[in-house]
Design a protein around this ligand. Sequence first.
Ligand code: 6PG
Length: 278
Amino acid sequence: MTTGEPAVLVRATSALAAATVAEVLVSALATCAARHGRADLASTGGSTPAAVYRALLAEPLRALVPWDVLHLWVGDDRFVPRGDPDCNLGAIDLVLLPGDPRGGLAPAPLDPAHVHAWPIDAALAAGESPARAAARFEETLRTELAADASGRPVFAAVLVGIGSDGHVLSIFPGSAAFDAPGWATWAPAPTHIEPHLDRVTLTPAALDATPGLVVAAFGAGKAAIVAALLGPGHRDRAARAAAERHLPALRARRGGATWVLDADAAAGLATDDPRVLR
Ligand code: 6PG
């Protein structure tokens, strides 16, 4: 069950909001690296990460990222080869690893072996199913990550976006992922939202143990779902847990999480909402 309420940071523009996401992530990653000598970030697909990665590559954050001990995962992916435009590693492969010479940003000093793709290329080559790829990914996760006392994976930080239907990761409304016992699972291609591709995804449990859960939602297209997710309709914690199956991103409405919104996405929140810092 989710507990507590998140902090909600609202910035005037999506560019400022992306910079704030980067700052929050760096704080969580640096803290974890100092304590444990390693920092695991599960990042997201969607439209958000490219701007976040550019902020990480630029000073002053660049000097604060624990690059040498940073391990990068994506929380969910589509069942397509790496390099496909629909692959969620795109922003890592196009911005973070190569840098952005036009923007004066040098490549990330990140060991490419620390980028842990879902083993989709191998599964496709072997004719294996998304379920098998998810199982293999979970095996890797379990060898690389610590679990908390409840057996949930502890990332230093998890960055997620939210869909206009309330999905988070590739956990869609009505998803069987809520009943999956482990850390990773698969989802059949959604028909109500593009791209219509089979998915592999972390399970809801993966959002629970991380101390650095960051939710990013930018643009007017997110205003209605943000208002539904953070609004008074889901204030009651027990009712919220039940409603998650229809609005999976409610799982990320919990204490310790940070929601970062631009002004357009925050337009449906009350101006006197005590969780909001503008
Ligand atoms: C995916 C993503 C998904 C994404 C949301 C929000 O594979 O589709 O991981 O969960 O984060 O759809 O995406 P945007 O931030 O681009 O709207």
